[in-house]
Design a protein around this ligand. Structure first.
Ligand code: CMP
Length: 136
């Protein structure tokens, strides 16, 4: 049975800064994730704090919000069969050190903070995160 889903992907400041936008978009396309919408934006620290509020109790929260607002990012709606889990597989483990070969984070990630991409982790969060950036 088909299970077409949408998920939110972010190309983080470390990857935008290194001109990796097209390389990363091509990896999604090659893996049958269509890019339904995409925009390059630069968010404030308050907006980053709102986006990442599920992590507000974590010790890394402040640094995480500073980092996501430190430079331009690309936010995208990806669509395809099992898009949420497929995107997470393509990204690889959160810490690039633990990511499988040929995943985006293994190829391009610098550290657990500068890990090049974000992807929604569940259907509920995918909907929330897409609405956060794309609902007018
Ligand atoms: P992301 O998928 O964007 O979701 C939250 C981010 O917090 C995560 O990627 C990492 O870049 C960052 N982070 C920093 N430290 C940690 C940590 N110890 N565990 C998980 N995520 C972390």
């Amino acid at each position: 049975m088909s299970n077409k889903e949408q998920t939110l992907s972010i190309i983080k400041p470390d990857a935008v800064e290194r001109d990796l936008i097209e390389e990363i978009k091509n990896i999604f396309i090659q893996n049958k994730l269509a890019i339904k919408d995409s925009k390059k934006i630069h968010i404030s620290k308050d907006e980053a704090a709102d986006f990442y509020k599920v992590h507000q109790s974590k010790p890394f929260y402040n640094d995480l919000c500073s980092y996501l607002s430190s430079g331009p990012i690309v936010v995208m709606i990806l669509e395809g069969e099992n898009a949420i889990s497929l995107n997470r597989k393509i990204m690889g483990a959160t810490d690039p050190k633990n990511a499988d070969e040929n995943t985006i984070r293994k190829l391009y990630g610098i550290s657990i903070d500068k890990n090049s991409v974000h992807g929604s982790d569940s259907q509920t969060n995918a909907k929330k995160e897409i609405d956060f950036f794309f609902k007018n």
